[in-house]
Design a protein. Structure first.
Length: 273
């Protein structure tokens, strides 16, 4: 039986015969309630037929692909076999070509060994002469090295003595310099203290002079202000008495007491003259 989606479709598929897709006539007359079920069953049968046709087509295509792959594999195996045969033939030729120089090398190796033995004997004689020359040179070099070591030790001793003398001289000069620096430091300290005291005294005198100058300036400003105030008052008084007639004042005094003790004051015209 074919399992179909849906509860009703599953029930319908359960009663389908083995020949799915063939429309079987129903023995009884379908009622009005069975019409939707028959329509759905026909639709499912059509879909199953389409699926079977698609599966047949897919199987045919897969068989064709398998045949093509099998032919390709057979061709690939033949090509690999032919390539391996060519490689084996090439290897055999290469081995034969390499064996011929080896045979020539075997024949030449004897002559080379004889030549090497002769060269070895000649080099052995040369090495013996060279060893003798090296021994003589080593003796001369050791002698020169001993003289050089003795000269180096003598120069080192002389340099040590000179350094000790120079160190003593430097110590004496350093002590003298320290004493001179101490004396200069004491003198400079005394001069600095004196200069500091003098500057403090000078500053104190300047402060006192500044106070006195400030006080004098304040008094002078006050005096000048007083003088200007008095001059302003005198000017105002002079402006008030500018048109005053002194002769009328004299006549008034005469009428009052006849006192002639007051001095006769000239009139404004006489003063101007």
């Amino acid at each position: 039986a074919l399992w179909l989606p849906g509860a009703e479709a599953n029930q319908a598929a359960a009663v389908l015969p083995s020949g799915v897709g063939a429309q079987q006539p129903l023995s009884h007359h379908a009622g009005p309630t069975e019409q939707p079920f028959r329509l759905q069953l026909k639709t499912l049968q059509a879909q199953v037929a389409d699926l079977q046709a698609g599966l047949a087509t897919e199987a045919l295509e897969r068989r064709q692909d398998v045949g093509s792959l099998r032919a390709f594999l057979v061709q690939e195996v033949d090509d690999r076999r032919l390539s391996i045969q060519k490689i084996e033939h090439h290897v055999e030729q290469e081995v034969h070509r390499l064996e011929m120089p080896q045979q020539r090398l075997r024949f030449d190796f004897g002559d080379l060994r004889i030549a090497l033995e002769k060269a070895h004997d000649a080099q052995r004689n040369d090495y013996q002469d060279l060893r003798k020359q090296l021994a003589d040179a080593q003796a001369r070099f050791q002698n020169g090295l001993d003289h050089l070591r003795a000269d180096h030790e003598l120069q080192g001793q002389q340099m040590n003595n000179a350094m000790e003398v120079e160190s003593q001289n430097r110590n004496v000069a350093l002590k003298a310099l320290e004493a001179r620096i101490s004396a200069d430091y004491g003198r400079l300290s005394t001069d600095l203290d004196q200069t500091t005291n003098s500057f403090a005294e000078f500053k104190r005198n300047m402060d006192e002079d500044y106070k006195q100058t400030k006080s004098s300036t304040r008094n002078l400003v006050r005096d000048v202000e007083y003088i200007f105030t008095n001059m302003r008052q005198v000017g105002l008084i002079a402006d008030n008495f500018k048109g005053f007639d002194w002769s009328s004042l004299q006549s008034v005094t005469k009428d009052a007491g006849g006192d002639s003790s007051l001095p006769s004051t000239p009139c404004q015209g006489e003063v101007e003259n």
